[in-house]
Each structure stands twice: as structure tokens, then as C-alpha cells.
Design a protein around this ligand. Structure first.
Ligand code: DX5
Ligand code: ZN
Length: 227
């Protein structure tokens, strides 16, 4: 089970140091939320920032594109140093072609679904993608409440992802209280912004270390109950 800190909750004035701090605290995936102020009511960073962060990130750069139409900026992220590029099935009229373009660039392809989007929207690309990202909040902001109804979507998707070795990522509202049941439902990557960055800063990575350790412990606890 992987914890992928979302730097949306980090200090934007210290993103390089923040990425180094959470890696030192035990995470080797970094989740980068790209927002265009059109697909979601927020604006964050572009491909140039991802390229600049590449030298600070030894592990996996997991880029989550909350932009539409996807095509306009997709190519810029395929040359940004990202290891995974995830597009929203709701943000493009040519999802199959977008996924083909990511794969042709030798980058791992992800598809994300918003809470109101049925899994049927991703089944036509299920044999193309490397990752499926289930949004468990309405995209745009960190610090929101986990939408419990998405647990059954995670369980349902896991029947498609497990036999295909597709990563099942859950994104939004993940806390030490719900991490166990999310992993029990079949998730293997938990994106966490607030739950990782809360109370810390790049100069005090030990707080990040304890936040991450508590998230991981809560998933082990539940699994041991199932044994
Ligand atoms: C929301 C983003 C999430 C968010 C997670 O649109 O995709 O990655 O930053 O933040 P928390 O963990 O605080 O919900
Ligand atoms: Zn995200």
C-alpha cells in the first residue's frame, strides 16, 4: 500500500523542500494536482513546475490533470518528467486517444472518475490504463470530507483492476480514520494532502513522518483484524 502525498496541501513557496521532506518521511510517490480554473474552480501549477520539481523527486511523480479539454496541455505534461499522467474521463471527448498518447510517450496512463461518474465511463479503456483514480471528494480543493458512497465504487472497480494489475488509487479526504476501510475495499495507493502535511513544514519533517506512520498503521490495523 502506497501513500502519495498531494502537494496541494504543501507550502507552495517551498515545493522543492516539501517534496524532499515527505520523501525523507517515507513517501516515494508525490501526487501533483494540476488545476486549470475551468474543469475545477481552482488554479494551481503547470508543466514547468513539474519539470522544476523533477530534480527534487527521486521517486514517482504522479500527475493528476484536472484540466479540460485535456488535449490542450496534455503534451506539455508528457515531457515534464512525470512518471504517471492521469486524465479525467469527464474532461475529454477523446479519452481513448488521450490514453494512447500517454502510452506512446512511454508514460504510465491513469484515468480518474469524479464522485458522480459511474465506472462504466472507464471500462472501454480498462485494458489500456495502468492506474484508475477514484475521486472521493469533488475535485478542486484539499481538506474536504471523504464521500463514503464511493467505497462501493472502489470495491466494484477492484474486481476489474486486481486481475489486470492496474493500480487502484483513491484521492480525496483520506485520513487515519478511514484509510483502513479504503484499503480493505481494494485501494493500493492512497493520495493524502491534509492528512500528511497537517501541522508540519519542510523544516520539521518529523511531523510528516508521524502523520504518514499513523496513516500506514491504520491500514495495517484493519488488515490484521481480517487475518
Ligand atoms: C482534490 C485533489 C486531491 C486533494 C487531496 O481535487 O485531487 O489530491 O489534494 O487532498 P486531501 O487529502 O486534503 O483531501
Ligand atoms: Zn489529486
Amino acid at each position: 500500500m502506497i501513500i502519495a502525498p498531494s502537494i496541494l496541501s504543501a507550502d507552495f513557496a517551498e515545493l522543492g523542500a516539501e517534496c524532499q521532506a515527505v520523501q525523507k518521511a517515507g513517501c516515494d510517490w508525490i501526487h501533483i494536482d494540476v488545476m486549470d480554473g475551468h474543469f475545477v474552480p481552482n488554479l494551481t501549477i503547470g508543466a514547468g513546475v513539474v519539470s522544476s520539481l523533477r530534480k527534487y523527486i527521486k521517486g514517482t511523480i504522479d500527475v493528476h490533470l484536472m484540466i479540460s479539454p485535456t488535449q490542450i496541455l496534455l503534451e506539455s505534461f508528457l515531457t515534464s518528467g512525470a512518471d504517471i499522467v492521469t486524465v479525467h474521463c469527464e474532461a475529454s471527448s477523446h479519452l481513448y486517444k488521450d490514453i494512447q498518447q500517454i502510452k506512446a510517450a512511454n508514460i504510465k496512463a491513469g484515468v480518474a472518475l469524479n464522485p458522480g461518474t459511474p465506472i462504466a465511463m472507464v471500462l472501454e479503456v480498462i485494458d489500456l490504463v495502468d492506474l484508475i483514480c477514484v475521486m472521493t471528494v469533488n475535485p478542486g480543493f484539499g481538506g474536504q470530507q471523504f464521500i463514503d458512497s464511493q467505497l462501493k465504487k472502489i470495491i466494484e472497480l477492484s474486481y476489474y483492476t486486481q486481475p489486470r494489475n492496474i493500480v487502484l488509487e483513491v484521492d480525496g479526504g483520506v485520513t487515519r480514520e478511514n484509510a483502513g476501510e479504503i484499503v480493505a475495499a481494494g485501494a493500493n495507493v492512497l493520495v493524502a494532502g491534509t492528512a500528511v502535511f497537517r501541522g508540519g513544514n519542510a523544516q520539521n519533517p518529523e511531523i510528516y513522518q508521524s502523520n504518514i506512520a499513523q496513516l500506514k498503521a491504520s491500514t495495517m490495523r484493519l488488515q490484521s483484524q481480517f487475518k
